[in-house]
Design a protein around this ligand. Sequence first.
Ligand SMILES: Cc1cc2nc3c(=O)[nH]c(=O)nc-3n(C[C@H](O)[C@H](O)[C@H](O)COP(=O)(O)OP(=O)(O)OC[C@H]3O[C@@H](n4cnc5c(N)ncnc54)[C@H](O)[C@@H]3O)c2cc1C
Length: 313
Amino acid sequence: MSMNVQETLTSPLVWHPQTAAEAWQYKQTYGIHSVFVAGGTLLRTHWESGAAPMPQHFIDLSAIRGLNEIRVGEEGLLIGGQSKLQECRTNPLLQRHFPMAVDAIRSIAAPSIRNLATIGGNIASIVGDSVPALLVYDASLIWYNGQTEQEEKLSDWLLAAGQSGYRNDRLLLSLKLPLKSETSRGDRDENSTNSKMKRFGAFHKVGRREAFTPSVVTAAVSGSITDTGLLNKIQIAVGGGQTIPRRLIEVEKEIVGTAVDGEMLRHLFDRALELYEPREDVFASASYRKQTAANLIVTELWKASGRFIGQGG
Ligand SMILES: Cc1cc2nc3c(=O)[nH]c(=O)nc-3n(C[C@H](O)[C@H](O)[C@H](O)COP(=O)(O)OP(=O)(O)OC[C@H]3O[C@@H](n4cnc5c(N)ncnc54)[C@H](O)[C@@H]3O)c2cc1C
């Protein structure tokens, strides 16, 4: 009997808010003794491994209405933070317009986990494997701060989240992915000077084995090349392991508009080594991760140039 009383005293309380405002209020009330719980798949690994103590209050987000919808909004595709990874993976709009995000989501864990885990939880974990692909698509996050909805670029939030002492009590409502027009999205476009473009894009995850593995390096690369071999657009993002993902904006600016040739690819390789600052762990050194990321990025551009140069006909 005394054991039961003891268990009752130490078991966490689970709150089931019906609205974002209620969820936020619980967070204000219980502060560091509480945690938002989406699918709970990441949180439970922290508690089970002893990496973090189990808080006294769970704020279960699953009953909040409207947070698991995927719909087209005025400025893009809105994906509710509570959308399951499996729903995202099979959503026709995501498959059609954001294939790299779908590839990234497919690489996360196994189906049993993806049926519980949410896109909001993956993003809020900061180092989720979906994040590099979302960065390449210029994703924004819609937060609730207790009074209003706030939109923030994913890239800006990641920069802030990387600062020591960063604390975020806001509730992630949804993710916004800008939708491009059919013309600019198509595989073959014509710009104002009538030159033809070919688009390319790929997401890569390198782990310690082929599937169902934590990432060592993740990279997403997308862009377009003219039929004369000039790089028209480029977006590159890298992450993996416990490294906070980031866009390699600096080198993107340096190479856009230049010819995709050996000199440019060497420059890209060297700059990727410099700019990507991975966290190392017992499984892979920083140097291995850098080499891997640089190889993945350069290979993608090399494949794209080989496939498209001279085929503009
Ligand atoms: C066996 C296994 C394999 C895994 N493999 C991978 C993998 O390959 N790649 C990968 O990226 N992850 C992996 N994970 C981690 C995890 O499953 C994913 O990151 C998942 O997407 C987390 O989502 P969730 O809904 O379960 O988040 P939760 O565990 O519920 O929450 C994660 C964090 O996000 C916060 N949070 C959740 N929702 C919100 C919100 N709306 N607003 C504010 N904060 C919020 C929580 O407070 C918590 O800090 C794996 C986990 C397991 C158990």
